[in-house]
Design a protein around this ligand. Structure first.
Ligand code: PLP
Length: 493
């Protein structure tokens, strides 16, 4: 299976290993598989008899044909093992008679990014071997919190790779800072920045585009790489849990093979929900893909009108991982639906004018699979509170956006198709906001984790509970201008 750019048919096709190593296609587009592999009913039946690592390896093998099934099974067994995902990688919990929740946050950092970032570093490490790369990949990340920690956990002690994460030293939560500065592993570095997230991000971008830096790193045996969410190596592993959820609903007797299953996904960069679309295109009988947005509802408007318009106010919300105005992975959907030529034109328009509008027939095709809903801050708080009050189901703020969208979708359509929402973070990861929503008032507490635990009778996840006792390994911060020097000293360590 080869990969091509979303923006041109003429860019040379590359193997999966090259797509994963390069991240972005040379013309600025994203890599897409040349075709979408198909699953027959017998395949789905066979997958239903497997455990999660086996299912994930099977799905990955259809896309990463230059990796052997043995390599993928080996990697998936390590990435999704019980010691990393206590209680299972992808539990499906029933909230009420209509709505189930696919909990993807039982991994080491308590957020769903672990599902991709536990496996992607292994895929990259193998890609370096497969492409004859002799240098070590130096992963640079600028983070506002969650991605940095998930990337550190994923890349720690992976061969041929080192990772250095920059974060705004006063711009992340206390828990997030502790999660990063106590990071274990022999190939990791973490560094605070005296500045905000943009300063960190701009600093990293400058380092990536500096030829002198590239030459110096090359001399030291490194090349720069990113853990970005548009890398195919991050997207492919996400397809597996949609296939797996269908199998689990089947095994539980809640659906019969061939029955439809609707999915509601809390969406930011459109990566997670696009993986659901690929599962559907592969032949998994998924029904509507409900795209749930917070107050930054650029996707809701796009799915309703066909107009993508980033020229609007940016809102900081209690679901910060969805505070996004440019959903990069939407480009992948456009390339499937509209073709590469129109996609290139839309992306050009987006960068020049901030908007584009898809043709009516293309919007109709998109609306066949997708529908957009959103929840503002009051609604998010309302539904989070309601799920706990009525069903004793505790969810984080991102999941609450999905749950609220599911409730609205069900009220609008009166659908009786089985449905699940995707739960993307542990409620403890966003404990202060969750506490406020559940109690209905701001709660001043020095220990929001303990307060949430005693209020709800649930347990603090081990990776968060252990944080306070861990030694801080990376206490330092630097000025943004000192980031290049920090990168070089890290490379020489
Ligand atoms: C990243 C993230 C999302 C958004 O996922 P996309 O793939 O960017 O759409 C939603 N919820 C949480 C908790 C996240 O960390």
């Amino acid at each position: 299976m080869n990969y091509r750019s979303t923006r041109s048919k003429n860019t040379p096709a590359v193997s999966a290993a090259v797509a994963i190593k390069n991240g972005l296609a040379p013309d600025g587009g994203l890599y897409m598989p040349e075709e979408i592999p198909l699953l027959a009913e017998a395949d789905i039946r066979a997958l239903a008899g497997m455990n999660y690592p086996e299912r994930a390896a099977k799905i990955l093998s259809l896309y990463l044909s230059d990796y052997t099934e043995e390599e993928l099974l080996n990697d998936c067994r390590i990435a999704y093992a019980d010691d990393r995902f206590p209680g299972g990688a992808v539990p499906l919990t029933q909230i009420n008679s209509r709505i189930s929740s696919l909990e993807l946050w039982h991994g080491p950092t308590c957020a769903f990014k672990d599902m991709a970032l536990q496996i992607m570093p292994r895929l990259l490490s193998r890609a370096l071997e497969k492409t004859g790369e002799k240098r070590t990949a130096l992963i640079l990340v600028a983070t506002s919190g969650d991605t940095g920690k998930a990337a550190l956990e994923g890349y720690r002690d992976v061969p041929h790779v080192k990772i250095l994460v920059f974060f705004p030293t006063d711009g992340v939560s206390r828990i997030q800072k502790l999660q990063m500065t106590t990071q274990e592993g022999n190939n990791v570095g973490v560094c605070g920045i005296f500045g905000n997230f943009d300063d960190a991000q701009n600093g990293v971008k400058k380092i990536f585009s500096d030829p002198a830096m590239a030459a110096e790193l090359d001399r030291l045996g490194y090349f720069l790489s990113s853990a970005n969410s548009i890398n195919w190596g991050r997207l492919a592993p996400q397809i597996a849990y949609y296939v797996s959820a269908y199998c689990d609903m089947l095994n539980a007797g809640r659906i019969s093979l061939g029955d439809k299953l609707d999915v509601v996904v809390p969406t930011g960069n459109f990566g997670n929900i696009f993986a659901a679309y690929l599962a559907k295109r592969m032949g998994v009988p998924l029904g509507k893909l409900v795209c749930a947005s917070n107050r930054n509802n650029v996707l809701t408007e796009f799915l309703q009108t066909g107009k993508y318009d980033r020229l609007r106010d940016f809102h900081m919300t209690t679901s910060p991982s969805m505070d996004i105005l440019i959903s990069s992975n939407l480009e992948r959907l456009l390339s499937v639906v509209c073709g590469t030529e129109k996609t290139a034109a839309y992306m050009d328009s987006l960068s020049k004018t901030g908007t584009y509008t898809v043709a009516e027939e293309d919007l109709a095709k998109i609306q066949h699979d997708f529908v957009g809903y959103c929840c503002n801050e009051e609604e998010t708080a309302f539904y989070l509170h309601e799920a706990f009050r009525d069903h004793r189901y505790l969810m984080d703020t991102h999941t609450a956006v999905a749950y609220g969208s599911a409730r609205k979708y069900l009220a609008d359509t009166k659908s009786d198709t089985a449905l699940f929402i995707v739960s993307t973070a542990s409620p403890y990861k966003f404990a202060p906001a969750v506490l406020t929503d559940i109690t209905g008032k701001e709660t001043a507490t020095a220990d929001p984790l303990a307060a949430l635990s005693s209020l709800t009778g649930t347990k603090v996840p081990a990776p968060l509970a252990e944080l306070e006792a861990k030694a801080v390994r990376f206490p330092g911060s630097v000025a943004p201008t000192d980031m290049p020097a920090r990168v070089l000293s890290f490379a020489k360590e």
